[in-house]
Design a protein around this ligand. Sequence first.
Ligand SMILES: Nc1ncnc2c1ncn2[C@@H]1O[C@H](COP(=O)(O)OP(=O)(O)OP(=O)(O)O)[C@@H](O)[C@H]1O
Ligand SMILES: [Mg+2]
Length: 335
Amino acid sequence: MSAPVLEVEDLRVRLRTPRGTAHVVNGLDYTVGPGETVAVVGESGSGKSVSVLALMGLLPSGSATVTGRALLQGEDLLAMSPDRLRRVRGPGMGMVFQDPMTSLNPVLTVGRQLVEGIRAHQRVSKQAARARAVELLAEVGLPDPARAVDRYPHELSGGMRQRVMIAIALSNSPALLVADEATTALDVTVQAQIIDLVERLQSEHGTGVIWITHDLGVVAGIADRVLVMYGGRCVEDGTVDDVLDRPRHPYTRGLLGALPDLAEPLADGSRRDLATIPGVPPPPTDLPPGCVFWPRCPVRGDARCETEQPPLTVVGSGSAALPHRAATWCGEDSR
Ligand SMILES: Nc1ncnc2c1ncn2[C@@H]1O[C@H](COP(=O)(O)OP(=O)(O)OP(=O)(O)O)[C@@H](O)[C@H]1O
Ligand SMILES: [Mg+2]
């Protein structure tokens, strides 16, 4: 088996906040193989964005403490100098941020941002980089790319900015692509076009993808594996089939609970989102000592659920290479 693109080991992130220390990411372990897509799902506030911002060294250094290891092609991102990290962003790791406005430079045209990104890592002329920029904008479905290339971010709609971000992230054919709600503002046809583009990148360059989304239709369509986050922990992971068809954690079951058959597209073409579970997630400044889902769990059992944290253990029939894991005291296959 070829070496993983990314290996994350015991990733933890604490943030200092006015309300105390927030335990936002609490021991994530996962790998992303070449050409593989890992979808990360979970409710708002579960730590999805923070966990990937930590990989890129993009959390506020004054208030964030990041520990663990994150090996990108064997090199630990968490131990890299800021200079090395800058060089790795681009060809090593491309990221589409949840909020494009915070990451696009408002005073530079989108073309200039693309050209600078390309020329920072590839030996090409300005003209060649500009031609590639126009091509990339066309590939992400931006209307009239030859003109759009000279526009400023504020002249574009939210969905257009999102596509520019995607073009920038893809421009250096990264080994790892992190897409955080990358296609949320896009209509279904543009989304399909972007997914095709990413899949092409994966087959041509072996790019590993982390795809954060609320959209289970996208998960079912593109992911090889799914990682379910709750309270900064992975509560369940495994192949798409294992997690979506045979979920073991009560939280995953809750997320999937209101769903009709995933294989059937909705008649009106609209997209399907995760279900809503009654109650709210615990604040990261005050996580429960036992199972993190215990306070909301509809099937919670004895005192152990309340006091003892369940480890992430192999469940069901997952193979050694593709284990199905869940962190619960009550994950019997009773569905
Ligand atoms: N800079 C910060 N300072 C303090 N707390 C933060 C900061 N950024 C995020 N948090 C907190 O960390 C937790 C996880 O946030 P994160 O943005 O990772 O959630 P998420 O899973 O991406 O949610 P969403 O689905 O809404 O994007 C939240 O409780 C959030 O309030
Ligand atoms: Mg987020």
